[in-house]
Design a protein around this ligand. Structure first.
Ligand SMILES: Cc1ncc(COP(=O)(O)O)c(C=O)c1O
Length: 368
């Protein structure tokens, strides 16, 4: 195969160029301007919450949410073992301890049973992560949180538009956080969003986002805030993307269906789950090798990459990282992490490319 197939790339069309050009021409290039308010309002409406606050990244959204909820040194925050490192790092920024718990084998997301077992006197919040586009089983997580008086921050960075029992993720806990990095379902280049139904939470997050400057008293600050603002240029891109989000999700779901059809009959592999109560947005198409296959994950990846097929390994378990390593082994996550890879999943992908990738995978596995 000669053509390089990226693992994911943004889809930028006429509307994005039109809105960003308009924002540049308006002169409002920093964090004031009409696209910011419009993007926030439209995003809140899309998720089904009262408030949305645009920030500079998904990591900033996580950090800001934790600060607003008062998480600090001495606290513990429960996170899933299998996630992008930002989930753990944001907890560490506050001085609190991230506590990784195992994932559920059927959803690949945080196991509610494992979360319940990890609650201690020090636990302040739970961060379920809707991994690779699949929603977490939220009802049991919310029940644990309610019974123990904990906050729930839904890390929805990889799952814009995913649904749990008919409701969009990001509106199911105390707050939701999203990322708009270039490989996400919709992008602003770099960027993030916090979603919530709680006015007090929203207002405090907004205050801290802009250096905690006192209302009506310019350059007067009574506490340490952050510059976590998004620019009007990013919001212009985001608004155009949001107006196309259903197109992106439909294509993601179609791409997954193509892979499913093309890899049918290859017993050595499993693809992403989709529980009966879930709408998975398949941010990344995932392939997991059965443990008895002759080829290992890294060998398969190397062979695909050599042919211009861009793939990524699954995230490594958080507790395997040197800064979070404490002897914990959450076996479901450890096992899955070793055997999983992300296949090309960009919305520009064509069926013929999926057919070629699937054929190559089948041949490598069969030793051809
Ligand atoms: C699960 C998860 N959480 C948080 C983030 C952080 O988002 P950002 O890269 O925008 O800071 C990401 C981004 O890749 C993510 O996948």
């Amino acid at each position: 195969m000669s053509k390089f197939i990226p693992v994911s790339e943004p889809s930028i069309k006429r509307k994005e160029i039109e809105y960003v050009t308009d924002a540049v021409r308006s002169g409002w290039v920093s964090s004031l301007g009409r696209y910011l308010g419009e993007f926030e309002r439209s995003f809140a409406e899309y998720i089904g919450v009262k408030y949305a606050l645009a920030v500079s990244s998904g990591t900033a959204a996580l950090h800001l949410a934790l600060v607003v909820l008062g998480v600090s040194k001495g606290d513990e925050v429960i996170i899933p073992e299998l996630t992008f490192i930002a989930t753990a790092n944001a907890v560490a920024y506050t001085g609190a301890k991230p506590v990784p718990v195992d994932i559920h084998p059927q959803t690949w997301c945080m196991s509610p049973e494992a979360a319940a077992e990890a609650v201690t006197q020090k636990t302040k919040a739970i961060i379920p992560v809707h991994l690779y586009g699949h929603p977490v089983d939220m009802n049991p997580i919310n029940e644990i949180a309610q019974s123990k008086g904990l906050y729930v921050i839904e890390d929805s960075a990889e799952a814009h538009g995913a649904e749990y029992r008919g409701r969009r993720v990001g509106g199911l806990g105390t707050c939701g956080v999203f990322s708009f990095y270039g490989n996400k379902i919709i992008t602003t280049g770099e960027g993030g969003m916090i979603t919530t139904n709680e006015q007090g939470f929203y207002e405090r997050a907004k205050h801290l986002r802009g250096q905690a400057m006192s209302e009506g008293h310019r350059y007067w600050h009574t506490e340490i805030g952050f510059n976590y603002r998004m620019t009007n240029l990013q919001a212009a891109l985001g608004l155009a993307q949001l107006q196309r989000i259903e197109e992106m999700i439909c294509k993601k779901r179609r791409i997954f269906k193509w892979y499913k059809q093309c890899l049918k009959g290859l017993e050595a592999v499993t693809l992403n789950p989709e529980m009966p109560w879930a709408k998975n947005v398949f941010w990344m198409v995932c392939l997991v090798l059965e443990s008895d296959v002759s080829v290992c994950r890294d060998e398969l990846m190397a062979k695909l990459k050599a042919e211009g097929i861009d793939v990524r390994p699954f995230f490594y378990p958080v507790s395997q990282m040197p800064m979070y390593c404490d002897g914990t082994v959450n076996s479901v996550a450890y096992n899955l992490s070793e055997r999983g890879l992300n296949l090309p999943s960009g919305v520009g992908l064509e069926r013929t490319e999926v057919e070629l990738i699937a054929a190559r995978i089948a041949n490598i596995i069969k030793g051809k």
